[in-house]
Design a protein around this ligand. Structure first.
Ligand SMILES: NC(=O)c1ccc[n+]([C@@H]2O[C@H](COP(=O)([O-])OP(=O)(O)OC[C@H]3O[C@@H](n4cnc5c(N)ncnc54)[C@H](O)[C@@H]3O)[C@@H](O)[C@H]2O)c1
Length: 284
């Protein structure tokens, strides 16, 4: 089955990034969110992102118009009924995603593939709530989607080889580099990245060095473009904690226990950049 029409559920950070990546590659996309305001914000974000590319001479006004022309918007899942692939990128909440998958299964044509961009929820679990578990797969994009080359393609226990191949071909066709990952807590990137950040928070909590020194250590000693604590502020301390909890709960291995300072900072309301304070201050 050729994948011609793509649906995206959720127009937030990841949903609008995924929509942009496909639209720029000339793919027809329907971006759906619960309300008109959310959808409008998603479209405005894409438009502003493409304007920045025009300013940098990386895109022409005609190319922007063509990409924007590929995007349709919707407020109901019914609008995705004739899509060949639907990528769910709604809020990270297992009950919400189980409901969306059950609804998509009922609404979207039977031969279509259903994918989730979830960072932490089991693909096998999402698939089990549908009548087409062989056609359910994880497509884990990275933020910002239009820039980041990687997509982790996660096979649930029942994902068919044909589903994997179709999604792999599609990912390559928009310039992404897919890697095949078994369904498991944190997949590959978060399984390694989040414990490294967590360890940096342990080091800070134990007074090994200051935040700036810990970040400089990894930048200058390991050539990382950004230090782990600054990265944690960017990702959000809440997201970092959620991933550590998934790793810890999913494996019961104490090496994944969240750093006490991370938990305490969240108790204080420090979420990182989005709240104006994390390991660094962002309020001017
Ligand atoms: N932000 C990241 O860096 C990142 C990276 C990889 C994967 N993810 C995953 O992507 C998903 C989305 O994350 P995000 O950062 O874009 O979140 P976000 O909060 O920016 O966007 C989520 C969107 O989902 C919408 N939504 C909620 N319920 C919905 C429903 N029933 N139907 C349709 N839309 C609904 C919300 O209105 C919101 O616009 C999550 O599963 C997250 O784990 C996030």
């Amino acid at each position: 089955m050729a994948i011609d029409k793509i649906g995206v559920v959720g127009a937030g950070t990841m949903g609008n990034g995924i929509t942009q990546a496909f639209a720029v590659a000339g793919r027809e996309v329907v971006m759906m969110d619960v309300g008109e305001a959310q959808v409008r914000r998603g479209v405005d974000t894409i438009s502003a992102s493409l304007d920045r590319l025009i300013k940098k001479d990386k895109m022409s006004a005609e190319q922007k118009a063509a990409a924007m022309g590929c995007i349709k918007t919707a407020n109901t899942l019914e609008a995705l009924a004739d899509c060949d692939l639907v990528i769910e990128a709604a809020t990270e909440n297992v009950d919400l995603k189980l409901r969306i998958f059950a609804d998509l299964d009922r609404i979207v044509k039977p031969e279509a593939i259903l994918a989730s961009n979830t960072s932490s929820i089991s693909i096998t679990r999402l698939a089990a709530g549908t009548q087409r578990p062989g056609q359910v797969i994880g497509m884990h994009f990275f933020n910002p989607v239009p820039v980041m080359a990687l997509v982790e393609l996660i096979n649930g226990l029942q994902t068919s080889a044909a589903t994997y191949t179709e999604v792999e071909v599609l990912a390559k066709s928009i310039g992404k580099t897919p890697i095949k990952v078994k369904n498991s807590p944190g997949f590959v990137v978060n399984r390694m990245l989040c414990p490294m950040i967590n360890e940096a928070v342990f080091a800070l909590g134990e007074g090994l060095a200051t935040a700036a020194e810990i970040d400089d250590a990894m930048k200058l000693g390991c050539n990382h473009p950004i230090g782990p604590l600054a990265l944690c502020d960017l990702i959000g301390l809440d997201v970092e904690l959620a991933v550590m909890q998934v790793l810890y709960e999913g494996t019961k291995d104490p090496k994944y226990r969240p750093a006490p300072l991370l938990v305490e900072m969240l108790e204080a309301g420090y979420l990182g950049r989005k709240s104006g304070k994390g390991f660094y201050d962002y309020v001017k």
